[in-house]
Design a protein around this ligand. Sequence first.
Ligand SMILES: [Cu+2]
Length: 539
Amino acid sequence: MKITRREAVAVSGLALAGSALASGPAVAQMEHEGHGMSPSTPAQRQMPHDAKTAAQWWINIAKGTRHPARTIEPGEAVPPAEPGRDYNPVITPNGEALPFKIVDGAKVFHLVAEEVTHEFAPGLKAKLWGFNGRVHGPTIEAVEGDRVRIYVTNNLPEATSIHWHGIILPSGMDGVSGLNQKSISPGETFKYEYPLIQHGTHMYHSHFDEMTQMGLGVMGLFVIHPRRPAEPRPDRDFAILLSEWDIKPGTYRPDPRVFAGFNTLTFNAKAFPATESLVAKRGDRVRIRLVNLSAMDHHPIHLHGHSFWVAQTDGGVIPPSARWPETTVLVSVGQSQTLDVVADNPGDWAFHCHMTHHVMNQMGHAGPNMVGADAAKLKQAIKPLIPDYLPMGTGGMGDMSEMQTTMGGMGNMRMTMGKMGDHSKRTTMGEMGDHSKQMTMGGMGDHSKQMTMGEMGDHSKQMTMGKMGDHSGQMAMPENSIAMMGGNGPHGTIDMGGMFTVLKVRDHLTSYADPGWYQAPQGTVAQAASKQDLERDGI
Ligand SMILES: [Cu+2]
């Protein structure tokens, strides 16, 4: 049998693949058999039957392909990569990595798709579909040159299939139900196996009944490190999956059918203030991998206090000469954007979606707009119908979070009767200090009552004024719902929710545990102007 030079090189390359791949003679035998059929095109070659030789058959094809994130040739002999030695593990804030074992040179993972009860933030839980007891699924992490074998067990009530988004692999492993494979029936376990011939930030997600399954969380991150990085490894390597949900207050199941009005916006399936901070030492090379698998929305993600480089996309590494600096990057649906930044500015830096509705939580998107309204007249008109009615938000909506914080923190939608009693029907709130103007028409009490009038219509029984009055210790809000915005900060309430977290950069750290709030040097914090300042500058 005649073997051309190119084929001989391919065969020897495969033989070198060593323990991670099949033995050389087996490969040579496969090649000989293939060529013995004298195919006129590669597509006509007889396909190998077992997974190992199939992987090698495909590696031969991959050798001829180009990918802008490749540091070794496909099929090069490399052992399964080890954390620490070959890569610095990625950090999935609020998440975790999927464990693996090495069997016969392959990294073996097992995903179990199943229903999961997930907490988005204290006070808001939902029944979702995820993997291995989590939403989203655990992060799959591997290194270019590794061969992965991923078992997917379907414990969902309907069929599924899993697509490996952005990963270059054999067509039959791509996971589009009906196109590349049969769907995975409930109770079945499918096996996906392929070598990783690229590096980058990718994802896995359902490709069967996507609207429902992705709307309920059937997805996760898939990070592949370079085998021989051309650039220094990041010191801190974060991966964040962006998604959105529609959870009607008082319900436990997101509605995957909606196409607008998502009211729970999440980083790794958590809404602020449940999002973990990103912690770095001053001077650390920080990589932030952003992946957007929202149903309908793109997210412009903004970092304060720093300028970053957009260094990679899902398609590969951007050559250094073609990178551009940004402080905000748009992460479109289905995209990944990888930001490289040197954390050189100590402080607490907001990192958030710049869509204002995406940094708000479930409550408060609907309801009447009261900004600038003559609330006294409105109150007079509604009082005969709802005796306790108190409009709110007439001076802006910052009071919504302010009150909730006063009542014991974001997400804690219960408040003491004493507080509520103090606020109801009062026209000013002495104890609210600076916020007295915003609070003119009342505090938390009217917040909830506004909900009665607006978006909470479906929950009128829960929201009746009488019931509110009956609550000696707690005010009635729809169960399982969280405040529009607000977390406790070092200077008061942080009027943010949803897709918001904090990059904490510190000069001195003994660990990467959350260091608490930044202690700003004296004189570097904005504060009320002094009389002398105003006089000196003619203000
Ligand atoms: Cu957004």
